[in-house]
Ligand binder design. Structure first.
Ligand code: ZN
Length: 132
């Protein structure tokens, strides 16, 4: 089974903590030990793990993403969102997280983030749980 989540984004670029949704899937499936794969089915969004305690961390990351990959360069792609395509590949579209005793093995300050890079939009992400 693959869990299919809808998510509404509100800004062009933002990071949304999806840790609780992913943990909920593990509970629903009743999986004790295994692996969790989180996958984003978009070319202008991404998924990553980073600090979920201080909101300034995601703010600073978004600030630096914009500096690293400016919105308006000499891009050719007619849709006008090449920056979002580039960042999607740099950040990545999937994560693999170990599960032990029914819990994601995340560090104290780690959260799973859906990264919107060309919003606002209706988005989806998938979660696949593997036993073993
Ligand atoms: Zn495009």
């Amino acid at each position: 089974m693959i869990f299919d989540h809808g998510i509404t984004t509100h800004k062009r670029r933002e990071m949304i903590d999806i840790s609780k949704a992913v943990a909920g899937d593990i509970k629903t499936e009743g999986l004790n030990d295994g692996l969790c794969v989180v996958f984003v089915t978009h070319t202008t969004a991404a998924v990553t793990i980073n600090e979920n305690a201080d909101p300034d961390v995601t703010r600073d990351m978004l600030y630096k993403f914009k500096q690293m990959v400016p919105e308006n360069e000499n891009y050719r792609h007619l849709e006008g969102n090449s920056d979002a395509h580039i960042l999607s590949t740099l950040i990545g579209c999937s994560l693999t997280i170990p599960i032990q005793n029914g819990q994601l093995i995340l560090g104290t300050w780690q959260g799973i983030y859906f990264v919107e890079l060309d919003g606002p939009r209706q988005r989806r992400f998938k979660v696949k749980l593997l036993k073993g």
